[in-house]
Write a protein that binds this ligand. Structure first.
Ligand code: NAD
Length: 492
């Protein structure tokens, strides 16, 4: 039973999802408090899950999955389309929870809603895709085919920063392809990361047992990774935790999909449209307080245009308003919690101690950190080497395209890169040499489409992808089937 705080009555708790929350019981463990980062207000208390709850959830999911996999593709697609309609009909209420649980601005919240909706719609097309091929066979008279079969139960572990999208890009395609799912959102976002999914798919008519939601931290996450009924684990989160998940799951010979952190290069060449570049660079570093995996963590700027670019970037940073994004007209909300705020500030202060200059920002009030521009940054400083996950834009200059490429590729991460130039040929030549899963010429790093195989290289992941056809690889396994009329004779 969820306890909803009195101050969330009104739009947040009294709507369609609010009614669902009154009886939602995700676990039998200790209570978890859900707080609004912008105000510190208590939103609700939810019963957290235990490792035993995970075992029960996984067993129930496994029991329900074969019948679901045997339903017709039309039935699965119909339920997905219905889920999309329900999501769309309730997006205002989900948006309110997104803003209050995560501290998202209106634009981030709309992105979250649009994208989660598109993930469901795209998943609804998967059941009707061809799911295999007829193969030539060396054996005369033998029918040989390869087909994709569901993996069974998918364990999904998601972070707090984009809970609806990052959950939906796993839950919707995995279900569409005939699997069951055990989903664990971050305990800071139990509603938009967890309850919302349970409510939408229940109303859409998804058979009982197929979608299990557990809420908790590392112990609950590890129970998912090690559960014998869960053969495939999909993890989105930090590289440090991803490594742990990879080790645990790999040791049990599980298929583990890891979508991890980034420290993404935003490259500005000397022939770039500087106003367009500064606008994209500011958005890429400061949108959602920089708390996204594909934020621009490193600005690489040609020396000839560095002063002008820094001036434009700084002016933009100065104009941005910070505050409570749910109640005020601001572009930047809070950093998610005190620990993360302290970490961001520590990175900035240590970088300044190492000789960098503060062009803008570097201050905070409560959890609200001002958009920050650092210049004269060395490539050894923490603001350059670490994923900051805060609204900080460190700038380093270069002289040649080769130098820019070397600097960009010097990070262990490899999620995304952006290149600003008026020469498409030059942009493509640099893109050809980027060690990143995604590259954009004359566009920002914050880029995704539900049909694109999203993912990174190096420390940003283990090569698994979500989106469109890539979801088929992630959530199905190949099976070779042969048939022949007459059994052959064997020498034994
Ligand atoms: P996190 O790694 O701390 O937590 C992610 C999830 O893992 C949460 O649900 C958490 O409860 C769970 N968890 C924690 N310890 C665990 C353990 N030992 N075993 C299993 N699960 C465990 O990450 P975060 O701080 O919530 O999210 C921010 C990070 O996520 C950043 O590094 C960001 O770049 C990354 N991220 C990556 C992508 C992507 O698609 N590549 C998208 C969004 C965020």
């Amino acid at each position: 039973m969820v306890t909803i705080a009195p101050d969330t009555t009104g739009s947040a708790a009294s709507g369609w999802l609010g009614s669902f929350l009154e009886t939602w019981e995700p676990g039998t463990g200790d209570p978890i408090e859900d707080r609004e980062p912008a105000t510190g207000r208590h939103l609700l208390t939810v019963a957290g899950s235990t490792p035993d709850d995970v075992a029960r959830a996984a067993a129930a999911a496994r029991a329900a999955q074969p019948a679901w996999a045997a339903t017709s593709y039309q039935d699965r697609a119909r339920i997905l389309r219905r889920a999309a309609e329900i999501y769309e009909a309730n997006r205002d209420e989900f948006g309110t929870w997104t803003q209050r649980e995560t501290g998202a601005s209106h634009s981030k919240m709309h992105h979250e809603s649009n994208f989660a909706y598109l993930e469901i719609l795209n998943a609804a097309t998967l059941p009707s895709q061809p799911y295999g091929s007829l193969m030539p066979s060396a054996v005369k008279g033998r029918l040989s085919m390869v087909r994709r079969v569901p993996v069974g139960v998918v364990g999904a572990i998601t972070p707090w920063n984009s809970p609806s999208v990052l959950g939906m890009r796993v839950v919707a395609p995995a279900l569409a392809l005939g699997n069951a799912v055990v989903l664990k959102p971050d305990p800071q976002t139990p509603v938009v990361g967890g309850a919302m999914f349970a409510a939408v798919f229940k109303e859409a008519g998804l058979p009982e047992g197929l979608l299990q939601i557990v809420v908790g931290g590392a112990d609950v996450g590890e129970a998912i990774v090690t559960d014998p009924n869960i053969p495939v684990v999909s993890f989105t989160g930090s590289t440090a935790v991803g490594r742990r998940v990879g080790q645990l799951g790999g040791g049990l010979l599980k298929k583990v999909s890891l979508e991890l952190g980034g420290n993404n290069a935003f490259i500005v060449l000397d022939d770039a449209d500087l106003e367009a570049a500064a606008s994209a660079g500011a958005f890429a570093s400061f949108q959602f307080q920089g708390q996204v995996c594909f934020a621009a963590g490193r600005h690489l700027v040609h020396r000839a245009v560095a002063d002008a670019y820094i001036e434009a970037l700084t002016a933009k940073a100065r104009r941005l308003r910070t505050g409570d994004p749910y109640r005020e007209d601001v572009q930047l909300g809070p950093i998610v919690n005190e620990k993360q705020l302290a970490r961001v500030d520590d990175i900035v202060q240590r970088t300044l101690s190492g000789g960098a200059r503060l062009a803008e920002g570097g201050t905070s009030e409560g959890l609200f950190y001002r958009p920050t521009v650092l210049t004269g940054v060395t490539t050894e400083s923490p603001a350059w080497t670490d994923e900051i996950f805060g609204p900080v834009a460190p700038v380093v200059t270069f002289e040649t395209d080769d130098e820019a490429i070397e600097l960009a590729n010097s990070s262990a991460y490899g999620l995304v890169a952006s290149i600003y130039t008026r020469s498409i040929g030059r942009g493509l030549a640099i893109a050809d040499r980027m060690r990143t899963g995604m590259v954009h010429v004359n566009d920002g790093t914050l880029n995704d489409e539900a049909i694109i195989p999203f993912g990174g290289m190096g420390d940003s992941g283990n090569g698994s992808r979500y989106g469109g056809e890539a979801s088929l690889d992630t959530f199905t396994e190949w099976q070779w089937v042969t048939l022949r009329d007459e059994p052959p004779a064997f020498p034994f």
